[in-house]
Design a protein around this ligand. Sequence first.
Ligand code: NDP
Ligand code: X2W
Length: 349
Amino acid sequence: MSFSVAVSGATGYAGGEVLRLLAGHPEARIGAVTAHSSAGTRLGVLAPHLHGLADRIVEETTVENLSGHDVVVLALPHGASGPVAAQLPAETLVIDAGADHRLTDPAAWERFYGTEHAGSWPYGLPELPGAREQLRGARRIAVPGCYPTSALLALVPGFAPGPGSDGGLLEPDDVVIVAASGTSGAGKSVKPHLLGAEVMGSMSPYGVGGGHRHTPEIEQGLSRAAGTAVQVSFTPTLAPMPRGILATATARLAAGVDADAIRDAWDAYYTDEPFVHLLPEGQWPTTGSVLGSNHAVLQLAVDEHAGRVVVCCAIDNLTKGTAGGAIQSMNLALGLPETMGLDLQGVAP
Ligand SMILES: NC(=O)C1=CN([C@@H]2O[C@H](COP(=O)(O)OP(=O)(O)OC[C@H]3O[C@@H](n4cnc5c(N)ncnc54)[C@H](OP(=O)(O)O)[C@@H]3O)[C@@H](O)[C@H]2O)C=CC1
Ligand SMILES: CC(=O)N[C@@H](CCC(=O)OP(=O)(O)O)C(=O)O
């Protein structure tokens, strides 16, 4: 079943990663590659790692240029994908890597993004409870943010009923997440705080005190899984590396929950997942081990002294955190094997 895919935002980090993965997908044919200020340029100038696509000319992002494809991936700045998506035919599978269609609560959208809510679409994190049912046959998919991908994968087995537990292993009002991200998470456009001289050899927090727009997205995912409101304190930090996220999530254990119950729940939740791995005890996640792959690696410990679980999760922000998640969800929507085109090992060292 061969199908055509247009990629908009093709010259950006997320769009470039989508193209890298599509180039290795056995059934995908890459159609239009579109962007904005770089329209008219050879893709090889802007994304020289995409060798097979070097002679493609970047087109302007218009509904005409995106039309006639089976799938359209939008990897555009926040607020740009809503108006484009609204003009694409209902039968086209539209996958939005941006945030425009992730949040279900219009008030949360307006508070954190400051524009009108474009509506919500099925959420492209297949490992969440019930997500695969929503994604199969879907024609609109909202790809999660990269921090929410790592945070949700870290904590969802503690809230959702699963093969190893009835859920409710963690208190919903005491969840703390601190995550370090590589600079590609901020996109390719030039910003002073992303200059090599600022970032190399230095780490910095931002969005501290509940100000980051991924807080409501993480709360939405955990609350859905728990069936009750989950409150999260989330702090992102910028790390001196090009890509990768290491999220450290801690939560207070519910009464009577012990270390065995926690390990059993995480183990059972992820045992059949092709891309999420609870590592053997004693081995801790590293961002280096997942670079370029669609895999997420987890490890946890129960801190008996503090009465908390501590879970670390590493992903590649551009792969499982964006483009890999998008392809995984696309496969589900199109009725293909979920792992098609994603059989990628990490890149080391
Ligand atoms: N980077 C990451 O780790 C992740 C990113 N995302 C999301 O993916 C989306 C893209 O992010 P990212 O790739 O990092 O950003 P980049 O800044 O690297 O790329 C942005 C892309 O959008 C194009 N673009 C900018 N403005 C417009 C416009 N008005 N119309 C059409 N195209 C436009 C740019 O083209 P040109 O340069 O030609 O103007 C470029 O191709 C964002 O919504 C982001 O939140 C999601 C998860 C993780
Ligand atoms: C390092 C860095 O700046 N990261 C980005 C998050 C990138 C991402 O996944 O998020 P969206 O798709 O929601 O933009 C940020 O904190 O804004």
